[in-house]
Design a protein around this ligand. Sequence first.
Ligand SMILES: NC(=O)c1ccc[n+]([C@@H]2O[C@H](COP(=O)([O-])OP(=O)(O)OC[C@H]3O[C@@H](n4cnc5c(N)ncnc54)[C@H](O)[C@@H]3O)[C@@H](O)[C@H]2O)c1
Length: 388
Amino acid sequence: MIEASISKKTGRLTYGMVGGGPGSFIGSVHRAAIRMGGDARLVCGCFSQNYEKSLETGRMLNLSDDRIYKNYEEMAKGEGARPDRPDFMVVTLPNVGHFDACRAFLEQGFSVMCEKPFTCSLEEALELERLAKEKGCLLGVSYVYTGHVMVKEARELIRDGVIGDIRVVIAEYPQEWLMDLVESESKQASWRTDPARSGISNCVGDIGSHIENLVAYMTGLKITQLCANLDVIGEGRSLDTNAEILLRFSNGASGCYWCSQVAAGYDNALKVRIFGTKGAIEFEQERSNYLTLTRKGEPPRLLSRGNGYIHESVKSFSRLPSGHPEGYHEALANLYDQFLLAVSAQKTGESVQDGQYDYPGVEMGISGVRFIEKCVESSSKGAVWVNL
Ligand SMILES: NC(=O)c1ccc[n+]([C@@H]2O[C@H](COP(=O)([O-])OP(=O)(O)OC[C@H]3O[C@@H](n4cnc5c(N)ncnc54)[C@H](O)[C@@H]3O)[C@@H](O)[C@H]2O)c1
């Protein structure tokens, strides 16, 4: 089983976390995912900008008070000076905090797993890439959906040429949670719709970036040009809550992405359809244990995770037999298993390259930030085609 094989390869690593305090969303998902498969133990953190809340979370997680910090700068320096330094840091702050926190940790020589979008500008993303190289550190960006077994299976099928050359990609990520002005009752809505904490885009930055990454991961295609229309829906808001994006890819294929936070009836309905010269593949994140494969002229076939026909290289990412659903936590756990293997290999003196292990690395982080910037640029010029 994957748990045993991962444990053998990684040994026991330690990590620290920023963000993930009381009432937050993704920090606790990271902690659960790391516990699920990999072999790393949380040893320090700064879970909130409010020290009392940070202490509350840290104590609940059995950390000693001297390793619960008032801010991430103190944490980077404090932990950097310890003989028992953690092996990596996890950044789960609202978007604008990503750059400063990653920089503080990289400067102290820590590898980092950072939430998406990686940074709020391309300049910042490139600076972190430079710093990581200089310090010999690993950088991961937690685009969680790449960890799904059936996403990996889709990638293998496309690599095998089962659907032929890709001609068209249609992908969408609709949600309904920002249809009303919920900013005062939801902290997640409050910072996402605030440019000072979210960056230059809300909807494209938050969920459009997932589409860009998932399609890139599954197909390997590079976007060469895009034309985006970003809508700001909701009185008093200044950032986008809906966007339509047309695309051209390096192989001549075209595409269309739609992301929305004002789409009634939808939760997290991320769906990717890829059409090639021989067939098509369809993946839906809310049905992540399945994949639809259609060969030209044949009826669609539903492939199910955990079955014998899944690629050998992909099977090992399954934790449960088919029919027992795996989901979001397992996807992030798969991502962490790979990151832990990379951190572990580097710890033993191996040189690890970005992309060598199967987790989204700095190149994907940079690509996501470039995509967001170009969507905003295109829309602000009146939805014109821009080059990437
Ligand atoms: N990969 C995914 O699927 C996914 C899903 C959700 C969120 N995210 C990303 O994760 C990040 C956090 O999102 P969220 O929904 O968990 O936000 P959240 O508001 O629920 O949590 C943010 C946490 O960071 C803490 N925090 C804020 N500033 C801090 C500081 N200076 N020092 C220490 N702690 C601080 C807050 O107190 C809170 O605990 C965002 O970048 C978001 O885009 C990614």
